[in-house]
Ligand binder design. Sequence first.
Ligand code: GLA
Length: 738
Amino acid sequence: MLKAFSCAVALLAASVISVAQPASFDSASKVFRLDGGNVSYVFGVNARGELQQLYWGGRIGAKDAFPQAKPMPEWASFDSSYTTTPQEYAGWGAGLFVEPALKVSFADGNRDLVLHYESHTMTANGVDVVLKDINRPVYVTLHYSMDAANGMLTRSATIENREEKPITIEQAAAAAWALPPAHYTLNYLTGRWAGEWTLTQEAVHPGARVIESRRGTTGHQANPWFALQAGAADENHGEVWFGALAWSGSWRITVEQDQLDEVRVTGGFNPFDFGYVLHAGEKLETPVFYGGYSAHGLGGASRLLHHYEIAHILPHRIGTGEDAAPKPRPVIYNSWEATEMNVTEAGQEALAEKAAALGVDRFVMDDGWFGQRKTDHAGLGDWYVNPEKFPHGLKPLIDKVHSLGMDFGLWVEPEMVNPDSDLYRKHPDWVLNFPGRPRSEQRNQLVLNLARPDVREYVLGFLDKLLTENDIAFLKWDYNRNWSEPGWDQLPPDEQKKVYVAFIQNLYWILDELHKRHPKVELESCSGGGGRVDLGILEYADEVWPSDNTDPFDRLTQQDGFTYAYTPQVMMAWVTDVPHWLNLRTTSLEYRMLSSMQGSLGIGANIAKWNDEETATAKRLIAEYHKVQPTIVQGDLYRLISPRNGSEFSATQTVNKDKSQSVVFAFIHSTQEGRLFPRLKLEGLDPKAEYTLTAIEGKAGPQTPATASGAWWMHHGFDMDMMFRGDFKAAAFRLDRK
Ligand code: GLA
């Protein structure tokens, strides 16, 4: 009996181990394999000792075995085997012409680095593989882990100098990914201030396409995400490999098709102006590069990424494993577009009363409450409450907001200083600068050098004090310019470029420390809109501000682009006034509300001026939104019709996890020649279940049944009311399983 029992325990243990440990190593073939979800990732030690990539794609059979990795042959005397072999992490040396993962200079002038397998350790969800230069004590530990449920890979590297003298790291990737020869389309996200999140698509050709930021921060102009589609892959079909870099400093992703048509993607710290001196015994950790694979097109790829972000990256998760999730975001009111910096106690309280009447959950006061901040020329750095605007401090306003049933949030821009501030007058040496050179201002402000220990302490200190003395639930953390003159004259000249790493490490350290000291405080990452959105900041930020552009029509395309990489859970979207300040466009309140309701809803209009009808419309739609918000922001997102490329129409659909609810949004830009809205064939429902359709806004066509099977909604689909025509129209529906 005892024996039978222990056997059962052993069997149970074996099955538990196979679920919990996605990685294995075959010591005969020297092949590592990671399996998770519908994905397998395989690499091995080749005959020369390099770590060679073997396979990344759909999950293969448990018994399928790979022979030992064989280096690619020398293609010609111009293309050595070292350069044509797809390595997991290639050192620059031995005649490597493709993008290296690591390039270093030694103190004696040697710059040759060839990394060979040394050892490995299995970890809870993957494996750590140690590489070492063929004769110098420079070690690189490659960290791999795979999510057992959806196959997302997490990769990073630790570089260690065990030489007696310093080495300078000139280039360090988090990871390199390799794909077999095929015709690929590269997808990436580009933009500018007020115009972020353009999905850019282009064929991969021989040579390299570099996506990057040299700005010291993530940037509006490109975002550290890529997706490569093979052949005719589209929104819902075909193979897609994708990745996202978790780094909020200067970054680079290089997508390269080599002379044998193999494609590699290498990403990490931007090597431009880089030079990290690693003293004897020191280590450098690279950022994490996440990677994923889907056989269900770009839509499948983004659904995997969204769920991974929700379950594993965002802070304030409740639950564990794949079921972990943060709460849907509170519906906020933010006063920025209503008052700009003219904030006063009475004005904010009046707005708070109106916001509470609409059903808003959180009231956020934006820029203008501190120091001598009347315009953007002064005050940044002086984080005391302005006594003229708030004679009794923030407490009366916060109490008022609480008495109205909302919590309170506040805008800060901790890493910046106006030269017209007490802080700058006292510490002019605290900003990024090269002594004796001009200090270029943007928006009349300079960047505090957060890499400096004194600046780090100052920033943590004032934020800690602010949060300790006031009942603040939320900070909107802004960052309104990029770097210039990135000098750090506290360090010896050859070490000053360390600022690119140390600044961001200190930013993350402060955020972590604040989280420990004030665990309930939530955070939004804003950088003049979407200038700091990446999977690094999203470990600390509960939400992001995608763009300063709140025009509801522009937002449709921006939101479409944004959701290729990031979940609607973090995508804040405000309803603001018309005519819109950017495009001078006037749209209905219903259209503005529905555009924003596709993400995490906020109101940013001057609601003090809203009439009864506007107030009633917003109140009704906020109440409807609250009922279906979890499905919208955490469900499976299907982009049914893209608004891109001047489309007349667009539509999105989300389905919750147990498929009991779905929400559909439909928008018309401008109908032409009386064309009707296309029939909407839904996705992701349970074909056998019965669903009832309810209009949130608008009407379905006369032939559309009130209740039908999931199969009916997916195969037959539903039509919009024939009168759903014109300019800037919007409709929304929910389907609930009976
Ligand atoms: C940035 C933000 C805005 C607002 C202003 C305040 O531009 O993106 O939302 O907070 O700063 O100065």
